[in-house]
Design a binder for this molecule. Structure first.
Ligand code: PMP
Length: 429
């Protein structure tokens, strides 16, 4: 596969943007080599600037659950563009998207639209703090909630640790009110709440982690968070930026039957346009300005294009129910990858919930960041490039989940499994 034009464009980009990109995850840093520059997407496929075609399992890191350029989304966008792109004033489309969110995610009684997942989580933790009058936020290692200063904090030891910032520029003062615990560790949660009964404003978590590869919650873990938040008066913030409308139409909270106090949304809720949302209990949301006193705002929030794409996406998901097909296709991939790895003699385990899947290059179950950190990431990198050469675009890091879309056909899945057989066999050579 030749990627001459891609190379030229990226060489220019490196002089224009830090590292040549506008977000680090797409820079291929974890797999070595240069990112591919794309020209267009159609259904389950991406085409790069050199004309190479790839089956896409990233889907813009989650939003494109219907595939690229879905007719309903395209038409909704065209109609919206013709009416003007931003007014900074109420529109009926905002109601339309809010109504769909509230209908599909019943724990959300009131919702505020923002412009990214990061804004959603940033606002949700401010609200939790303002509502409870407490300072501390609990998060879990390996969970990503956007680049909010106080959430850019890595894990310490297995016990609860006070936050240590893991990006220069995040001050110790900002990080000190973040407490990091290991994911799926109920005992650590018990100990933490016993020691800090009156200090925890909220617990924010990914109900299925996508950001250390796909790691499902162990039975009882989400229930334990709910129980402690109820008992100690902390706000339970389920970060469904990735899982919302993905693992079920009502998100992970529907799949696992857990009702959070606040939910953060992004990705699919904007159908490929920049959007985020946070919402939940009406009594908590009532504290947001101008209904209440907690500040949060946005010039482009509730933007006509983003709400048009979001409505079209959610409405199509509701009308077509792609979830059984998404699940069966992803299960086939999981089984195909596992069988191919076994045949090639390459140790792997998988993590999957619905259409989120990760093939971990590790020989033991991955339940936490502490487990995930032991994966053979160099081997993942080789697998990634072998798949690229066979026209399959997987996440460019061991620590990202792949996403199957409703546009993937039986044939796409079969082709991907065939590619994986060859790619995994090639790893042994
Ligand atoms: N929360 C989760 C669970 C995410 O996966 C992400 C992004 N991958 C974010 C928050 C941040 O969203 P955004 O990139 O839109 O700011």
């Amino acid at each position: 596969m030749s990627r001459t034009k891609s190379h030229e464009i990226f060489a220019r980009a490196k002089h224009l943007m830090p590292g040549g990109v506008n977000s680090p995850a797409r820079a291929f840093g974890a797999v070595g080599g240069e990112p591919i520059v794309f020209e267009r997407g159609q259904g389950a496929y991406l085409v790069d600037v050199d004309g190479n075609q790839y089956i896409d399992y990233i889907g813009s890191w989650g939003p494109m659950i219907l595939g690229h350029l879905h007719p309903a989304v395209r038409e909704a966008l065209h109609a919206a563009v013709d009416q003007g792109t931003s007014f900074g004033a109420p529109t009926e489309r905002e109601n339309g998207l809010a109504e769909l969110i509230i209908e599909l995610v019943p724990s959300v009684e009131r919702v505020r639209l923002v412009n990214s997942g990061t804004e959603a989580t940033m606002s949700a933790i401010r609200l939790a703090r303002g509502f409870t009058g407490r300072n501390k936020i609990v998060k879990f290692s390996g969970n990503y909630h956007g680049h909010v200063d106080s959430l850019l904090v890595a894990a310490g030891s297995a016990a609860a640790t006070l936050g240590v910032p893991n990006s220069p520029g995040v001050t110790p003062g900002t990080a000190q009110d973040t407490i990091v615990l290991p994911y799926n560790d109920c005992n650590a949660l018990d100990r933490l709440f016993e020691h800090h009964p009156d200090e925890i404003a909220g617990v924010i978590f990914e109900p299925v982690v996508g950001n250390m590869g796909c790691v499902p919650p162990m039975p009882g873990f989400l229930e334990k968070i709910r129980e402690h938040c109820d008992h100690y008066g902390a706000v339970m913030i389920m970060d469904e930026v990735m899982t919302g409308f993905r693992v079920a139409i009502g998100g992970a909270q529907q799949l696992f039957g857990i009702t959070p106090d606040l939910t953060t949304l992004g990705k699919i809720v904007g159908g490929g346009l920049p959007i985020g949302a946070y919402g939940g209990r009406a009594d908590i949301m009532g504290h947001i300005l101008p209904a209440g006193e907690i500040f949060q705002a946005g010039t482009l929030s509730g933007n006509p294009l983003a709400t048009a794409a979001g409505i079209a996406t959610l409405q199509t998901l509701k009308d077509t129910n792609p979830y059984p097909q998404l699940d069966s296709h992803t299960k086939l991939l999981e089984q195909g990858f596992t069988a191919a790895a076994a045949e090639a003699g390459v140790p792997t385990v998988t993590g999957r919930v619905g259409s989120m899947l990760t093939l971990f290059f590790h020989n033991e179950p991955v339940r936490s960041w502490e487990d995930a950190a032991k994966c053979d990431t160099a081997r993942y990198g080789k697998f990634f490039w072998e798949m690229i050469e066979r026209g399959v675009y997987l996440p460019c890091s061991q620590y990202e989940a792949l996403f199957v879309s409703a546009a993937h056909t039986d044939e796409d899945i079969a082709k991907t499994i065939d590619a994986a057989k060859e790619a995994l066999a090639a790893l042994k050579k």
